[in-house]
Design a binder for this molecule. Structure first.
Ligand code: NAD
Ligand code: ZN
Length: 341
């Protein structure tokens, strides 16, 4: 079968013939319909420092998908051949303290699909049945293929009560832009989004932001007065991974404000800790998605009118994957889908 493989320890990705995997106990075989490209895949393509230290080579990469179950391994119950499914990209140990307590997103031994073990950019994939999500309702396959990053946005945005609250989202990448739709659906009052990229800010606006701010041209603090919210933002969703954006957020939070942090900060990022202390701020780190509470909530929101379809800006056939990665690298894209049928 065809697969997109990190074959050499250098920038690039290679379309290769690999063996169809054999099913182990408790696994299902999925025929891939669509995959989406994640920022992580771009890091691996570019072969940055993190990738060089993390990715085994050669390995098929990718973790965002929708597909169809075509075979059940021994011991699999409650799933069926023909089910259209997506899946959780974090494989957990099931044995550590957090796993046993049902907090599987906090597993101490998480393995990333397409990061630490074989990924899903291929025609067929074998995955543990416990990682499969069968969507409820009539959700288009395009949307099911982005459940993983939509889940990052949902896990972050739903960390704190948003009803009637004023929300600042720093970073309007695909995840920040999807968080806008979630915050809107969850009943936020004002949603303000910052970025440095006009294309991305336009996307955030399309997803329902009240006000977008290009921080290279405008000061975020000016928006507080404009929207008549004198004291600051109630909830902050850090989705840029940029230290200056994170510092802006800390400065503009109401006393007692709550920050959920998804963005991965650069080594050595400095903040003024006394603003956290004296302003009584709460900061919660977010990793992955809650298994499977986040999946349940995002599925429910999609069934009750939340629309994230405008985040998908590009489709390519998998053999045109270079164009897909180019679109992602350009910054002039939302989610990019590769078609496998
Ligand atoms: P992305 O890189 O596409 O988006 C980040 C956005 O931040 C970009 O649009 C960029 O222009 C913007 N930005 C840069 N400087 C800024 C500034 N000063 N102020 C405001 N915005 C600025 O990333 P994404 O795929 O949307 O993911 C968002 C973040 O979440 C990234 O940092 C990513 O690494 C991280 N992430 C974390 C997890 C997790 O489990 N913790 C999972 C997925 C992604
Ligand atoms: Zn565990």
């Amino acid at each position: 079968m065809d697969a997109l493989v990190k074959k050499y320890r250098k920038p690039g990705l290679w379309l290769e013939k690999v063996d169809i995997p054999s099913l182990k106990y408790g696994e299902v075989m999925v025929k891939i319909h669509k995959t989406a490209i994640c920022g992580t895949d771009v890091h691996i393509y570019n072969w940055d420092k993190w990738s060089q230290e993390t990715i085994p080579v050669p390995m098929t990469i990718g973790h965002e998908f929708v597909g169809e179950i075509v075979e059940l391994g021994q011991g699999v119950v409650d799933l069926h051949v023909g089910d259209i499914v997506s899946g959780e990209g974090h494989i957990v140990c099931g044995k550590c303290r957090n796993c046993l307590a049902g907090r599987r997103h906090l597993c101490k031994d998480t393995q990333g699909v397409g990061v630490n073990r074989t990924g899903i950019f291929s025609e067929y994939v074998a995955l543990p049945a416990s990682n499969i999500w069968v969507p409820h309702g009539n959700i288009p396959e395009d949307i099911i293929s982005i459940f993983d990053p939509l889940g990052n946005a949902a896990h972050t945005a739903l960390s704190f009560d948003l009803l009637g609250e004023d929300v600042l989202i720093t970073g309007a990448g695909p995840i920040g832009a999807m968080a806008v739709a979630i915050a809107r659906h969850a009943g936020a009052r004002f949603i303000v989004v910052s970025d440095v990229n006009p294309y991305r800010l336009a996307l955030a606006k399309k997803m329902g932001a009240d006000r977008v701010v290009d921080v290279t041209k405008e000061k975020l603090s000016d928006v507080l007065n404009e929207l008549d919210m004198a004291e600051g933002f109630d909830v902050g969703l850090e989705m840029s991974g940029n230290g200056s954006a994170f510092n802006d957020m800390i400065d503009l939070m109401v006393h007692g404000g709550k920050i959920a942090m998804l963005g991965i900060q650069a080594e050595g990022t400095v903040i003024d800790w006394n603003k956290i202390v004296f302003n009584g701020l709460q900061i919660k780190g977010i990793y992955g998605r809650e298994m499977y509470e986040t999946w349940y909530k995002m599925n429910s929101m999609l069934q009750t009118g939340m629309d994230v379809s405008s985040i998908i800006t590009h489709h390519f056939h998998y053999t045109d994957y270079e164009k897909g990665f180019e679109a992602m690298r350009s910054g002039q894209s939302g989610k990019v889908i590769l078609e496998w049928e």
